[in-house]
Ligand binder design. Structure first.
Ligand code: 5RP
Length: 218
């Protein structure tokens, strides 16, 4: 099976967790895109979606799925999204698609975070994938210097402006042993909007695509 077939399998497997009549939290990326397509097949059974990016919003709308403003929704039943890495504690690195801030907001208002990922995303220790940090543009150099003090090598993601008008620093060479502590530390640097570590609020369920089928971790 190709990696995309594994992503498609988990995207469709997540449909099982969608309750009729609810508004669904929807992530961003190639795996989440498969989930959106799956959601399209049951669009008449749901009220709509809250989206984590302009790209996902566009895909949802093309399929005729109503998209709600996050401010108009108190809480969500589920949030379904991919990950760049997930460890055995259900902690994740996210933000490869630069949508980390909106993803974190939707995760925060959702009762269940369902991570959908192919098995290449499973790791023992987070950090081989460069950790994305969304930063206010004027703070870019300062934040980069602070990230170096934490042992990382930040790299400015050239040409990328987030949906919120900010920039991304990708932090290389981190071996993240205490993900909660690092998430808190980086979030405390002035000028940081969000760090793509999802450790304080990790996944509740992971659907992992393997050649043998979809593995469910709860
Ligand atoms: C976007 C994300 C994605 O979930 C993450 O990058 C995984 O992407 P893909 O499903 O394309 O492998 O965090 O900001």
């Amino acid at each position: 099976m190709t990696q995309d077939e594994l992503k498609k399998a988990v995207g469709w497997a997540a449909l099982k967790y969608v309750r009729p009549g609810t508004i669904v939290g929807v992530g961003t990326g190639s795996t989440a895109a498969h989930f959106i397509d799956a959601l399209g097949s049951i669009k008449d059974q749901i009220e709509g979606a809250v989206s984590s990016s302009n790209d996902s919003t566009e895909r949802l709308k093309k399929l005729g799925i109503p998209v709600f403003d996050c401010n108009d929704v108190d809480s969500l039943d589920i949030y379904v999204d991919g990950a760049d890495e997930i460890n055995g504690h259900m902690q994740m690195i996210k933000g490869g698609g630069a949508a980390l801030t909106r993803e974190k907001i939707i995760a925060a208002i959702s009762r269940k975070f369902i991570c959908i990922a192919d098995s290449s995303k499973q790791v023992d220790i987070l950090g081989a994938f460069p950790l994305p940090v969304e930063v206010i543009p004027m703070a870019r150099s300062y934040v980069a210097r602070e990230l170096v003090k934490l042992g990382g090598q930040p790299e400015y993601r050239q040409g990328v402006v987030t949906d919120n008008g900010n920039v991304i620093l990708d932090v290389h060479n981190l071996k993240i042993m205490d993900a909660v502590a690092l998430e808190n530390k980086i979030n405390n640097i002035a000028g940081v909007v969000t760090v793509g570590l999802f450790a304080n609020r990790g996944a509740d369920i992971a659907l992992i695509g393997t050649p043998e089928g979809v593995k469910v971790i709860e």
